[in-house]
Design a protein around this ligand. Structure first.
Ligand code: GUN
Length: 283
């Protein structure tokens, strides 16, 4: 059996179209939705991610502001910038690109973002809302993964979902979203004794560890849904995920490619969260 591909590019394009229509309606009411993206330092990967986010805003008719700060900016000065953006009525969403330089406490910076502008869903108020089943912003990558899983038509109720990775950005919120959809959820991580024992039982596997070939064909239940959050380079410099794609696609029922799977959905869900924030501000 060869798995069906879950096309993240196509789904993201559809979502961007919906966002553009909502943005046009808000512009018509005199409130262009606005996103501020804050980049600290000169990490090349972060610079590329941030450029894409700003470009996505422009294409969908959102107002965007890119603030670049020197790696040496003090924590206090960065917190002051976040406060200014919190108070700016033209800005509905604020994203501070991670990672931050070592001398800056990311928890303090995320904690300074007004929760109603925290379109990353990283603030403890939004993380706690997800934990307790209340409305709030969902972290963009796991939110996008849920949309990708939805396209398979599989009812998650009672299914066994295994999340590999326990980061605050992906693994933990992913597990909570799957739980909210009534899946039975297992979280595996670097200290898990035998990863394959868990993944072999999974109807859905989400892999988010940042190491290629973490999930191999002999670790997958035939017909399973496999979502690959990884973004790595192979020995030839080619982009690849955490899943041994060519081998796993022969066992899985559904699989996301890298590139063209989760990546475009993370970007699309940031636009969705920003529109939600702007519409809420207009109410
Ligand atoms: N760094 C890697 N992924 C993300 C993300 O989704 N949001 C932010 N702010 N930083 C990141």
């Amino acid at each position: 059996m060869t798995a069906r591909l879950i096309d993240g590019n196509a789904l993201a394009q559809r979502i961007r179209g919906e966002v553009a229509a909502r943005a046009a309606a808000l512009r018509g009411q005199g409130t262009p939705p606005g996103l501020a993206v804050v980049l600290v330092g000169d990490d090349p990967a972060s610079a590329i991610y941030v450029k894409h986010k700003v470009k996505d805003c422009e294409a969908a008719g959102l107002h965007s502001v890119l603030e670049k700060h020197d790696a040496g900016i003090s924590e206090q000065a960065l917190l002051a910038r976040v406060s200014a953006l919190n108070a700016d009525p033209a800005i509905h969403g604020i994203l501070v690109q991670m990672p931050l330089p070592k001398h800056i406490d990311p928890h303090r910076v995320i904690g300074a973002i007004a929760p109603h502008k925290d379109v990353d869903g990283f603030h403890v108020a939004n993380a706690g809302a997800l934990m307790t089943g209340q409305p709030g912003f969902k972290a963009c990558t796991p939110y996008g993964c849920m949309k990708l899983i939805e396209t398979t038509g599989i009812d998650l109720r009672g299914r066994h979902a295994v999340v590999v990775g326990r980061s605050n950005i992906v693994g933990k919120p992913m597990a909570l979203l799957l739980l909210q959809a009534h899946a039975t959820v297992t979280i595996c991580h670097s200290m898990t004794a035998d990863l394959a024992v868990h993944t072999r039982q999974a109807d859905v596997v989400v892999v988010a560890v940042g190491r290629r070939n973490t999930l191999r064909a002999d670790m997958v239940k035939p017909g399973a849904v496999v979502i690959d959050v990884g973004m790595n380079r192979n020995e030839y410099g080619k982009l690849c995920g955490d899943v041994d794609f060519d081998a796993v696609r022969e066992v899985a029922g559904w699989i996301t490619p890298v590139p063209g799977g989760v990546g475009p959905m993370t970007r699309a869900m940031l636009l969705v969260n920003t529109l939600d924030a702007a519409e809420a501000a207009c109410r």
